[in-house]
Design a protein around this ligand. Structure first.
Ligand code: TXA
Ligand code: MG
Length: 344
């Protein structure tokens, strides 16, 4: 298959490109498109065969359910049933935006989308291209992140092509995504609202509306049995091995670590904040990737950094986490999975 790439300016959307993409979605094909979090790989969520195409293209296990994307608040009632009042409150507060709600699945959504579960994940993305595509297609769009299974998510069209060129019909290139990490996944089907995946909306923000919200502990047995879908420890993995440190305070320890690896002949890559790079000028023998000045920048550039250091052919990648609040939580979750749960 020849993957078409259409460049579209988010602030001056070319409707012919959107129509072409929407035609592909309605015909059962796959289109990758930008959201404010990461690129999604979209198919018609009401068409089981089209959704199966997503699993095939990504080589994603059929046990991992997919998020349904909508472009209007009202569409929620076409996707889910028994929608509690607090879901509508959250939707009003955070949509469009990086919050995914798990609710009971309605009859319009085939079981394949949810990997056979009685629930469904729904979100209304804020990116103008995503909204234009969903609206033009006239159907809800099922979309996981547009990367091969277990690889770092795609935050640019180039990342999508790196993984999926020749496997999908089209990529809408709207430039790099702004948040860089995926949406927060919030389960509203139990007694207590539970964050299954930290993401673009912080738990502190959710708590303002949902005082009883809890976060699922980051790793437990279910991760290994993959009972908790999509939350496998091995996820977002670069090809290189990860050396993960807790926080910025481990900066010196981290530099020592890189030195040791270089001495035994390993090619070393390191993800650093701009001010850290300024402190050391160069890390002897290491490939350095600049994540930018703030944790928000680090979130935005993290997946690009993992992919870039892989492309430069390093054997190991050094990185550290940030204070575990706000976006720092989501960054830590992704780093920990990239490192398969191992911390130095
Ligand atoms: O920001 C995002 O959420 C991006 C953009 C494209 O919207 N999408 C994304 O999709 O990250 P994906 O498939 O890479 O991750 C979806 C996560 C997975 O961990 C999946 O297991 C979980 O949401 N999920 C989806 N449906 C679920 C359900 N019915 N019950 C529990 N978890 C679900
Ligand atoms: Mg994903």
């Amino acid at each position: 298959m020849n993957t078409q790439v259409f460049h579209v300016q988010p602030d001056a959307i070319d409707s012919a490109s959107i129509q072409a993409a929407a035609d592909i979605i309605r015909a059962g094909g796959l289109v990758a498109f930008p959201t404010e979090t990461v690129y999604g790989l979209g198919a018609n969520a009401t068409d089981a065969a089209a959704v199966e195409g997503i699993f095939a293209a990504k080589e994603r296990p059929a046990t991992d359910p997919i998020i349904v994307h909508i472009a209007a608040h009202d569409s929620l009632s076409q996707i889910a049933i028994d929608i509690p009042e607090r879901a509508w409150q959250l939707a009003r507060a955070f949509w469009p935006g990086p919050l995914t709600l798990i609710l009971r699945r309605g009859p319009a959504i085939p079981a394949t989308v949810s990997a056979g579960r009685a629930t469904v994940a729904v979100r209304m993305p804020a990116h103008p291209l995503a909204q234009a595509l969903i609206t033009a297609a006239g159907v809800p769009i099922a979309a996981p992140s547009a990367n091969m299974f277990s690889r770092p998510s795609a935050t640019t069209a180039a990342h999508v092509l790196e993984d999926l060129d020749g496997r999908i019909a089209m990529v809408l290139d709207g430039g790099p995504t702004s948040i860089g990490l995926e949406s927060t996944v919030l389960d509203l089907t139990g007694d207590v609202p539970t964050v299954l995946r930290p993401g673009g909306i912080s738990i502190e923000k959710l708590r303002e509306l949902l005082p009883d919200v809890t976060a699922r502990e980051q790793f437990h047995e279910a991760d290994i049995s993959a009972e908790a879908p999509g939350q496998l420890i091995r996820h977002y993995s670069p090809r290189a091995e990860m050396r993960l440190y807790e926080t910025q305070r481990d900066f010196k320890k981290m530099l020592m670590g890189t030195l040791q690896e270089t001495l035994i002949g390993k090619r070393v890559g390191i993800l650093l904040m701009s001010y850290e790079i300024a402190q050391v000028e160069s890390v002897e023998g290491a490939e350095v990737f600049d994540l930018g000045p703030t944790p928000e920048d680090a979130a935005k550039h993290l997946f690009a950094g993992l992919r870039e250091l892989d492309a430069r052919g390093v054997d190991v990648i050094f990185a550290h986490g940030y204070a575990r609040d706000g976006i720092g939580n989501a960054i830590w979750d992704r780093l920990l999975r990239a490192a398969e749960g191992k911390v130095q």
